[in-house]
Design a protein around this ligand. Sequence first.
Ligand code: Q46
Ligand code: ZN
Ligand code: ZN
Length: 308
Amino acid sequence: MKCRKCDQKAVINMRQHKLALCQAHFLEWVPAQVQRFIEKYNMFTHDDRLLVAVSGGKDSLSLWEILWRLGYQADGLYIGLGIDGGIAYSQESKRLTEAFAAERGLYLHVVSVPEEYHETIPEMADRTRRGRGKPCSVCGMTKRHIMNRVGREGGYAALLTGHNLDDEAAALFGNTLNWLGGYLYRQGPVLEANRPGLVRKVKPLCRLYEREMAAYAMLRGIEYIYDECPYAKGSKSIYYKELLNQLEADRPGAKLQFYLSFLQAKENGIFAPQADPDAENLHPCPTCGQPTSAPGECAFCRMILQTA
Ligand code: Q46
Ligand code: ZN
Ligand code: ZN
């Protein structure tokens, strides 16, 4: 198969776009797409200081690489979770992220959960009720807390994450199966800071397929951690991704269509804003200053302070 734009051999055939491209044209196409989405969804401009959450995986490192290539001012944030899983997951992902930043002269914030909170994420999950044998809930809350803190302290205009189309379509599928109105209303390429003290969140890769991002990272020679977090195994989101991939195999473009028609429906106003029942109890947490509606400390600080 030949590249649509030249005579070279195509390295990727994107049936969902009816587009086959050679290596050089594909490596141009991905950043151009990202730039298009940044503008389309009014994500940020070249004047903004940005913070990219990087895990050492292909999506977040490729996102950072693309922003750097497009001339944006983007610092990185790596959060060390203290997860080993027999593959030195945290150690290896940190090494790759630091090497990536050093090679390009980019600034990387590193926050180590075990150093700062004297416990790894799995230990925290074992100690607290929130864990219930699986650390993902504790992990998600901790990451959100740290991302928001570093975003606020650094005065960044936005926090960027590497969620791709497969991630977003799987989240949308889960939210739809359960008709989670509040989540559906807020899901999208841009999550405005709806409470004082929260940082704005954006997802510049939300329209790029996971397969496109994997090809980009590989063809660009970005060294990333291949293994997923060992705790991701058996998760609902992986199951939803498999289901959506079956649909995609029969109907190329179905995944993108699912996500885009959702965004269109939202724009047409089919989801109403949900009343925020917590709004009137909102106050800054006395320990960390982030907004919370819980009486006293926020859920994160309570988890840290909770003793066995
Ligand atoms: S939540 Fe769970 Fe992830 Fe944390 S413990 Fe691993 S799988 S990293 S996105
Ligand atoms: Zn070409
Ligand atoms: Zn707090």
